[in-house]
Design a protein around this ligand. Structure first.
Ligand code: KIV
Ligand code: ZN
Length: 521
């Protein structure tokens, strides 16, 4: 009996980007899509092209530049949406249109204000229209899990007739439990005529924390595509987490082997999971919770004496997967001031970073600066230094000088010098705290006052010399921008992050990336 493949459909750039607060620039979307291709996903849903010019451009750019996976564009069941999706994905070698319409009584009555017969007709027309652009057409009956089974079967049978090649079954509101979802997939597979010619797909939201369990229950019952996102990003509580689905299938082949198949596998290169997860977290500004399955910092940490003792004696006593299998280095190496350029380049390569000569030079100089202040430079520090270098944006404003005074019973004050191409601007301000004062001074010096949406600071490693990484999210005219700064001084890291976010905002405005209008689904 041969092994069967479960296709991984990644929707980080579409459903994941619908997360409240997530907003990626076009360049950042391309970078994530390129890493998704390295990771080995089968399909990338690059966007919802009709929803905004930026979504259209991002989908088109991914279609032009990313090779390997099928590139999909989302479209409601309307000609305009489908034409926009068809046009955006046209440059891709492998193209898919994913069209959807809601089939649950609650959505049809209150959202669509249409009778079931009209919805059925629109679904069929949408698939036929999409077929005019591509062969590979996916159809989703939105809110499938709260739809009437007989109507769902009727719609799915009709869209197969019209040419749909993948049937996706969304649990749009994360309502069902694994047993129910598995049973539903099994029933659709057996009762909808023509399912032997198509792939059944899962698309589960995490409102009750069941997204991964539901997806795997679907797979166990015959689904051969899983829609998921890196780190489980997505609307509300998110989507099924790609890394958990993939490692679930890989870790429990016994559970998925049935009478008809010798087991299941995916095309994912699991050693790329950790890097992909870090990249998505960095670019979206969504910090990964330490106890997150598979990719959290504690996922492979053992604290309790009994556990540590067990793992030292035999790893499998308390570990069901190895850190190496998701791309976490087995050995921790510490670099320092005396590490030469060669050692630095070597470690970067071991960590999987592929850098140009210029990037190596800049990153090495930054490493030396940090190693001067901090005796030991860990892998996490190195990754932050390199990421700072790779994600550099045009330095329209540069923080040249920062002085902050604060203490108990004194008014926090800050003075800054900000350099632009032609001049240097100075400003001083006070605030509620040292970071607030620094931000006020930066606003004065740049003459810009974006809204501060979010601010976080974290230590990259333990110890009193740890590097601090500040992440800020600012917004202007509906668009959100994320900036990052690292330093051994957390006020400096915070100021750098703010200036970085401002540079990203101004650079996007200069390139004409308009406001991120989102069309409601
Ligand atoms: O959750 C959902 O129903 C969706 C569809 C557009 C597939 O994201
Ligand atoms: Zn969804």
């Amino acid at each position: 009996m041969s092994e069967e493949k479960v296709l991984i459909f990644d929707t980080t750039l579409r459903d994941g980007e619908q997360s409240p607060g997530a907003s990626l620039s076009i360049a950042e979307k391309l970078e994530i899509a390129q890493q998704l291709a390295v990771l080995g996903v089968d399909i990338i849903e690059a966007g919802f092209p009709v929803s905004s010019p930026a979504q259209f451009e991002a989908t088109k750019l991914v279609a032009e530049r990313v090779e390997g996976p099928v590139i999909a564009g989302l479209a409601r069941a309307s000609e305009g949406d489908i034409a926009a999706a068809g046009k955006a994905i046209a440059p891709a070698k492998k193209q898919r249109i994913h069209t959807f319409i809601a089939t649950s009584p609650i959505h049809m009555k209150h959202k669509l204000k249409r009778k079931p017969a009209e919805v059925l007709k629109m679904a069929v027309q949408a698939v036929k229209c999409a077929k005019g652009f591509v062969d590979d057409v996916e159809f989703s009956p939105e809110d499938a899990c709260r739809s009437e089974m007989s109507f769902l079967i009727e719609v799915l049978a009709a869209v197969i007739e019209a040419g749909a090649t993948t049937l996706n079954i969304p649990d749009t509101v994360g309502y069902v439990l694994p047993y129910e979802y598995g049973r539903m997939i099994a029933q659709l597979k057996s009762d909808v005529p023509g399912t032997d010619k198509c792939i059944i797909s899962t698309h589960c939201h995490n409102d009750l924390g069941m997204a991964v369990a539901n997806s795997l229950a679907g797979v166990r019952n015959g689904a051969r595509q899983v829609e998921c996102t890196v780190n489980g990003l997505g609307e509300r509580a998110g989507n099924a987490a790609l890394e958990e689905v993939v490692m679930g299938i890989r870790t429990r082949p016994d559970f998925f082997a049935t009478q008809s198949t010798g087991g299941l596998s995916t095309n994912i290169k699991t050693k790329e999971i950790y890097r992909t997860s870090q990249l998505v977290s960095q670019l979206t500004g969504f910090v990964i919770q330490p106890n997150k399955a598979v990719v959290g910092t504690n996922a492979f940490a053992h604290e309790a004496g009994v556990h540590v003792d067990g793992v030292l004696k035999e790893r499998t006593t308390y570990e069901i997967m190895t850190p190496e299998s998701i791309g976490l280095g087995g050995s921790r190496m510490v670099l320092g001031r005396h590490t030469g350029r060669h050692g630095f380049v070597d470690r970067c390569a071991q960590l999987g970073f592929k850098l140009s000569e210029q990037e190596i030079e800049h990153a090495y100089q930054r490493f030396l600066e940090i190693a001067d202040k901090k005796k030991e430079v860990f892998d996490e520090d190195l990754a932050a230094i390199i990421n700072e270098e790779i994600h550099v944006v045009e330095q329209i404003y540069e923080l040249e000088y920062l002085h902050v005074a604060s203490g108990t019973g004194t008014l926090p004050t800050a003075s800054v010098k900000i350099r632009t191409k032609d001049e240097t601007h100075q400003a001083a301000a006070c605030g509620d705290g040292p970071v607030d004062a620094a931000y006020e001074a930066i606003r004065e010096a740049t003459g810009l006052s974006p809204k501060l949406e979010n601010y976080t600071i974290r230590a990259l490693t333990g110890g009193k010399e740890a590097l601090g990484e500040a992440t800020v999210k600012i917004s202007d005219d509906g668009r959100k921008f994320i900036g990052r700064g690292i330093s051994t001084d957390i006020i400096e890291a915070s100021a750098k992050a703010y200036v970085d976010a401002i540079n990203r905002m101004v650079s996007a405005q200069n390139q004409g990336e308009g406001p991120g209008v989102k069309v409601e689904l």
